[in-house]
Design a protein around this ligand. Structure first.
Ligand SMILES: Nc1nc2c(c(=O)[nH]1)N[C@H]1C(S)=C(S)[C@@H](COP(=O)(O)OP(=O)(O)OC[C@H]3O[C@@H](n4cnc5c(N)ncnc54)[C@H](O)[C@@H]3O)O[C@H]1N2
Ligand code: MOO
Length: 426
């Protein structure tokens, strides 16, 4: 495990007072390691879990050459471009059982989708392409079919003995189906990551408390819980912790004793009641950063140490949208790495901005946007109103974040911008 200083020494131009979003990502990739513990889960419970070992295919899928269509199977060597082919139907191959007879030249077998291709046959004509003559022979028109058409080859999806899925795969619906197609009912996954969360601040009210002047309800706890739930983490909710050093210390210790990672919100800026920073320093190896981004400038990162373990700490700024943006930009990729998942490159959608966007070069700016598709197919994005870092309503309306990158300047109406879509993450 590297100390924060060692990691910082490896990064070009590390400056905790002005870090680029890219540098933060790189730092975090060095800071966190995948957890080693694994467990076995039933396939029905595997959605969103991370596969712990390569899954080698115990069989071929499909297990034999089979038909992709309801129609007639025959030897495709007889096909002619310029002449129809007339075939005598000598039997029927149903899905689920092999057809046992032999089929000679000028003959075909009626076949159902999924049925095993009878020996020596390699081509299927869909039944709607054919006609029948007076003797009941099937006529395949010339020039519409090539040899091998509508036949699915044994193992064309998965080959026996080859890895079907690699360790690090986050199992989605398609992967769950693929595992089932191999006849596998349980699989080894990385254990769930335990993440502790608490909000800090004397002005933060928990739900159920009566409103009072100067106080706001704790929204960060619920956005972070929801973001963590989307990742499949186990959440240890430590509620709201007052700006009191003893309470903060107890909360950090409880969190570090039980969780792989700790997320807090608030108390990382320069305010007078920001005991959080002092407590983080006292209990661990923590760096305080100013990130060249908006929203989400201040952030604390490091480890909280306990005698027998340590937990990674993400001290997020208090402003509700800054919490979500820093989570999506940095915490989520770091947690995915801890979960043992393959790194996910950020996929940006390119959309035309309907409006001018002001932007200072030298920082990354995230604006809440809504992408729509115009009648002519062009993707457009407009901002969703007040972009203040405490304004959640514009975040709710958004379906993605417009990312104005570090070196980028302002945007004119009609310019294309990158949008990080929420689908999947939010
Ligand atoms: N002089 C400076 N002031 C500020 C700076 C700065 O660089 N110099 N940075 C600003 C930025 S950017 C942010 S973000 C905030 C971060 O400050 P803290 O992390 O110390 O957060 P707080 O002061 O505790 O709270 C900020 C804001 O967010 C509200 N909040 C906090 N927790 C919650 C919660 N759980 N649910 C809902 N809302 C919450 C809180 O009431 C404040 O309004 O500092 C700026 N100031
Ligand atoms: O982190 Mo702050 O939210 O940029 O206002």
């Amino acid at each position: 495990m590297n100390s924060l200083d060692e990691i910082a020494a490896r990064l070009q131009g590390y400056d905790p007072q002005s870090l680029s979003a890219d540098a933060v990502g790189e730092f975090l990739a060095h800071l966190v390691d995948p957890v080693a513990d694994t467990e076995t889960v039933a396939l029905a419970d595997a959605l969103g879990r991370v596969l712990a070992r390569d899954l080698v295919s115990p069989l071929s899928v499909p297990p034999h050459d089979n038909s992709a269509m309801d129609g007639f199977a025959f030897d495709g060597a007889q096909l002619r471009e310029d002449a129809p082919l007339s075939l005598e139907v000598v039997g029927t191959a149903l899905a689920g059982a092999a057809w046992q007879g032999t089929v000679g030249p000028g003959q075909a077998v009626k076949i159902m989708t999924g049925a095993i291709m009878p020996a020596g046959l390699d081509t299927v004509v869909p039944q709607e392409v054919t006609t029948q003559d007076a003797d009941g022979r099937v006529i395949v028109p010339g020039g519409v079919l090539r040899r091998g058409d509508n036949r699915r080859l044994k193992g064309e999806d998965l080959a026996e003995g080859r890895p079907a899925l690699l360790a690090g795969e986050r199992l989605g619906p398609a992967a769950c189906g693929l595992v089932a197609s191999l006849g596998i009912g349980e699989l080894p996954v990385v254990r769930r990551l335990k993440v502790a969360y608490f909000s800090t601040g004397d002005e933060i009210l928990s739900l159920g408390e009566p409103p009072r002047e100067g106080a706001v309800y704790d929204s960060n706890r619920y956005t972070v819980r929801a973001l963590l739930a989307r990742l499949g983490c186990e959440v240890l909710d430590l509620g709201v912790v007052r700006d009191d050093p003893a309470l903060l210390e107890a909360a950090f210790i409880r969190a570090a004793d039980q969780a792989d990672a700790i997320i807090t919100s608030g108390g990382v800026s320069v305010g007078e009641a920001d005991f959080t920073k002092a407590m983080m320093k006292k209990l661990g190896d923590v760096a305080f950063w100013r990130i060249a981004m908006r929203p989400g400038r201040p952030m604390a990162v490091g480890r909280i140490r306990r005698p027998d373990r340590s937990s990674v700490l993400f001290g997020l700024p208090g402003n509700p949208v800054a919490v979500m943006v820093t989570f999506l930009a940095f915490v989520r990729p770091a947690l995915l790495r801890m979960m043992g998942a393959h790194p996910e490159p950020t996929l940006y959608l390119r959309a035309r901005s309907t409006e001018a966007l002001r932007k200072k070069p030298g920082r990354t700016e995230y604006q809440r946007g809504i992408v729509t598709r115009r009648a002519d197919g062009v993707l457009e994005v407009r901002t969703t109103g007040n972009q203040g870092s405490g304004v959640l309503s514009s975040m709710v309306q958004a379906n993605g974040l417009i990312v104005l990158h570090h070196g980028q300047a302002g945007v004119a109406p009609g310019d294309e911008v990158d949008v990080m879509m929420f689908e999947g993450a939010l």
